[in-house]
Design a protein around this ligand. Structure first.
Ligand SMILES: *Cc1c(COP(=O)(O)O)cnc(C)c1O
Length: 336
């Protein structure tokens, strides 16, 4: 597979480490657990959007854009990282923030990622829940064009085939690191939302003819819908990289048992997972994505789906900036 024909800017620190989680492995008493540290990609506290943005920003520059328009939930990591990337290239960033989570208190609309959006001079506007947010962003882009701006619209989560190239490249990186370290990886587990991360991994591993399974832990959609979203984007990505055969739908595995009451809504399992990783490994997860992803990994071990003798890689997709928007869940002072 040759990704060199795709333009890419440098925004992050790569390769991110692939490390063994010794304490967690011992504590859970199941498979060997490794972690792929995509929380350490750099770019304003890191996360999985860095890899996607390296391709998306290059595409925007190639097309002569001067402004990014994107969208996400209020505590969007994607918006924060897009706003950060815009600063690096002297571009403007407009973001539409969907009020998808409305019961979280004052910190939620001010702290965490929103505070960082402020630091990066992101122009954000709130929108009520339930709109077609990609259509809103498109319409917003048209308004900017009428004001002689040259907008480049990035879909929610940076999840289109160009953004997914970042995770095709990550699949290559993981396979190379596993070989170097002599680890036979059985599965990669991670939080899945707008689908670009899993789609890129599936397309990349498929192209490499790797047997590694990718297990997505849904943070929002029901299982069937998430599988369909990931599969559709994986096929488009596979096509973009010039693969002869698309990945089969059976190559997309997803679980929806860890969403809880909804997107961005806390669950006990998520709080446990965040506390466990902090106390066992000093690793910071987040309440919306990686905390639920890790809750999924722990749950699948308890249910015997992930077994002793296997090597599991947890892809840490980042997100810890959102912890500060959910302080009440973790502050021991507030609990006291
Ligand atoms: C966006 C995001 C995800 C989900 O990735 P998708 O490509 O949208 O599926 C997972 N974790 C974190 C921290 C994120 O910000």
């Amino acid at each position: 597979m040759d990704l060199s024909r795709f333009k890419r800017v440098s925004l992050g620190h790569f390769p991110t480490p692939l490390e063994r989680l010794e304490n967690l492995t011992k504590r859970l008493g199941g498979p060997e657990i490794y972690i792929k540290r995509d929380d350490c990609t750099g770019l304003a506290t890191g996360g999985n959007k860095t890899r996607k943005l390296e391709y998306l920003v290059a595409d925007a520059l190639d097309k002569g854009a001067d402004t990014f328009v994107t969208q996400g939930a209020t505590q969007s990591n994607h918006v924060r990282q897009t706003a950060a990337a815009a600063r690096r290239f002297g571009m403007d960033c407009y973001a539409l923030l969907e009020r998808r989570v409305t019961n979280m208190g004052e910190d939620y609309e001010r702290d965490g990622n929103v505070l960082l959006d402020d630091l990066f001079h992101c122009h954000y506007e709130f929108r009520p829940e339930g709109l077609d947010m990609n259509a809103e962003a498109q319409a917003f882009g048209e308004e900017l064009k009428a004001k002689s701006k040259r907008p480049y619209i990035i879909p929610g989560g940076g999840s289109n085939p160009v953004g997914a190239l970042g995770y095709v490249q990550c699949a290559e990186e993981i396979v190379a690191q596993a070989e170097e370290q002599g680890i036979k990886i059985d599965r990669i587990v991670h939080a899945t939302g707008s689908a670009g991360t899993q789609a890129g991994l599936v397309a990349g591993l498929h192209s490499l003819k790797s047997q590694i399974e990718v297990v997505g832990i849904s943070v929002r959609a029901a299982r069937e819908a998430q599988i369909a979203n990931v599969h559709r984007l994986a096929c488009q990505t596979s096509d973009l990289i010039g693969d002869q055969t698309p990945p089969a739908v059976e190559q997309v595995i997803a679980y929806d048992g860890y969403v809880g009451p909804g997107y961005g809504q806390p669950t006990d399992e998520m709080v446990d997972a965040i506390n466990t990783l902090a106390s066992e490994e000093a690793i910071l997860l987040d309440p919306v994505y990686s905390g639920k992803g890790m809750a999924g990994l722990i749950g699948l071990i308890r249910d015997g789906v992930l077994k002793k003798g296997e090597n599991i890689v947890f892809l840490h997709t980042g997100g810890s900036a959102a912890l500060f928007a959910y302080q009440h869940l973790f502050s021991r002072q507030q609990a006291a």
